[in-house]
Design a protein around this ligand. Structure first.
Ligand code: KG4
Ligand code: ZN
Length: 357
C-alpha cells in the first residue's frame, strides 16, 4: 500500500469536501465547497438547501482535487466516503457518487464513520499511538471517546442536549453578531471567539457550571444557552436595543459565555482522564488527548484542554484548523488507515449507501 492513492469524499452535513492522499499520508490535494456562509444567513443548516448544494458541487469537488493532484481517477487505488452519521440527504449525494465512481472504474470502496474520521485524522499530523483519548466538539456532535484502534472506539460520554457548535451558532445569531460586517460570513463560533477577544471586562457576566455534581463524562449546553438568553434580554431592555442593534456589552457577554463553555468542556474532559487513569485504559507513557471537530478551532477552548491535560500529564493535539472542521482529508486518511489493516474495504459494491449510526 506504500504507493496507493486514496480519494476521500465527505458530504455528511453542509460541506462538500474531497481530498487525495498517498500511501504515506501525504496530502496531494484538497478541495472544499463550504456552505457555511449560505446557512449562516438562514440561521442553521437547511437540509434541502444542503442537499441541493452538494448535488451542484460534488462533481466539481472531485474533478478539482484530481486536477490539483495531477492525476486521473484511474490512478486512484481506493475511494473512501462518509456513510454515517449525518443528514440523510447530504450523505446520499457523496455515497451515491462514490459508489458510481468505484463501480465504473472498478475501485475498492471504503465506507467511513464521520466521527471516527474526525478523531483519527490527528494521526496524519502527529505521531499518536493507540490507545488515546479524543474529544469531539462540533456543530452536530459532542463526545469523549477512547480510541483503542482504527476500528475500535469506546464511548465515554456525550452531549445530552445541544452540541456546543450549535449553541455557539444560536447565541451568535441571537446576539446579532452577523450584523457586524466582520462576522457576517463566518461561523457563529468563530464570531463569538473574535468578539470575546475584544472584551474589556470578562467578569461582567457569570455563568453556572453545567452538570457540576455529576461524576460522568456527559455534556449539557442548553442551560448555558438559556442563561445567556436571560442576561441578553435584561441588557436589551436596559439599553432599549431593538431591531438590528447590539447591546454595548456584547463582547463581554461573548467572553463570559466562551469561558463557561470552555470550563464545562475541560471539566468533563478531566473526568474522562480520571476514569481512564483509574481503569488503566491509557498507558502512562502515552497520555494523549486529541481535540477535533469545528469547535476545536477555538483557541481559548483548546488552551483550556491543554491546561487540564497538563495537570493530568496528558499532551493535547489537534489537527490544523481547516482539518478540524468537516473536510475530505480526514475521510481519505481514515480510508488509508482502514486499507492498511484491510478493514471494511468493499470490492463487491454491495454496501449500503447510507448506514445507521
Ligand atoms: O465539524 P464542523 O465543521 O461540522 C460539524 O460536523 O458539525 O463544525 C462546525 C461548527 C459550527 O457550529 C461552528 O460554529 C463551530 O464548529 N466553530 C467554532 C469555531 N469555528 C467553528 N466554534 C467555536 N470557536 C471557533 N473558532
Ligand atoms: Zn464534523
Amino acid at each position: 500500500t506504500k504507493k496507493s492513492v486514496i480519494l476521500g469524499i465527505e458530504t455528511s452535513c453542509d460541506d462538500t469536501g474531497c481530498a487525495i492522499i498517498d500511501g504515506s499520508g501525504r496530502l496531494l490535494s484538497d478541495s472544499l465547497y463550504s456552505q457555511t456562509a449560505v446557512h449562516t444567513r438562514y440561521g442553521g443548516v437547511n437540509p434541502l438547501v444542503a442537499h441541493e448544494l452538494h448535488r451542484m458541487n460534488i462533481d466539481k469537488a472531485v474533478t478539482d482535487s484530481l486536477q490539483k493532484a495531477g492525476i486521473t481517477i484511474e490512478d486512484v487505488d481506493a475511494i473512501a466516503v462518509t456513510t454515517r452519521p449525518g443528514l440523510l440527504l447530504s450523505l446520499q449525494i457523496g455515497a451515491k457518487y462514490a459508489r458510481y465512481l468505484s463501480r465504473i472504474h472498478s475501485k475498492p470502496l471504503i465506507p467511513i464513520h464521520h466521527m471516527e474520521a474526525h478523531a483519527l485524522v490527528a494521526r496524519m499530523y502527529h505521531d499518536i499511538q493507540f490507545p488515546f483519548l479524543v474529544l469531539l466538539i462540533s456543530g452536530g456532535h459532542c463526545l469523549l471517546s477512547l480510541v483503542k484502534d482504527v476500528n475500535d472506539f469506546e464511548l465515554l460520554g456525550e452531549g445530552l442536549d445541544n452540541a456546543p457548535g450549535e449553541v455557539f451558532d444560536k447565541v451568535a445569531r441571537r446576539m446579532k453578531l452577523r450584523n457586524i460586517p466582520e462576522y457576517s460570513k463566518i461561523s457563529g463560533g468563530r464570531a463569538v471567539e473574535l468578539a470575546a477577544k475584544k472584551s474589556t471586562n470578562q467578569d461582567l457576566f457569570e455563568f453556572p457550571l453545567p452538570l457540576a455534581r455529576y461524576r460522568d463524562c456527559n455534556f449539557s449546553f442548553s442551560g448555558l444557552k438559556d442563561s445567556l438568553e436571560r442576561k441578553l434580554l435584561k441588557k436589551e431592555e436596559e439599553h432599549n436595543a431593538i431591531g438590528d442593534e447590539l447591546i454595548p456589552e456584547v463582547n463581554d457577554l461573548c467572553a463570559a459565555f466562551q469561558l463557561a463553555v470552555a470550563e464545562h468542556i475541560a471539566h468533563r474532559t478531566e473526568r474522562a482522564m480520571m476514569y481512564c487513569e483509574k481503569n488503566n485504559l491509557i498507558k502512562p507513557d502515552n497520555r494523549v488527548i486529541v481535540v477535533s471537530g469545528g469547535v476545536a478551532c477555538n483557541n481559548f477552548i483548546f488552551k483550556s484542554i491543554e491546561y487540564i491535560g497538563n495537570k493530568m500529564g496528558y499532551t493535547a493535539y489537534r489537527p490544523p484548523p481547516a482539518v478540524c472542521t468537516d473536510n475530505g482529508v480526514m475521510i481519505a486518511w481514515n480510508g488509508l488507515e482502514k486499507l492498511r489493516i484491510q478493514c471494511d474495504v468493499r470490492t463487491d459494491f454491495s454496501f449500503k449507501e447510507v448506514e445507521p449510526e
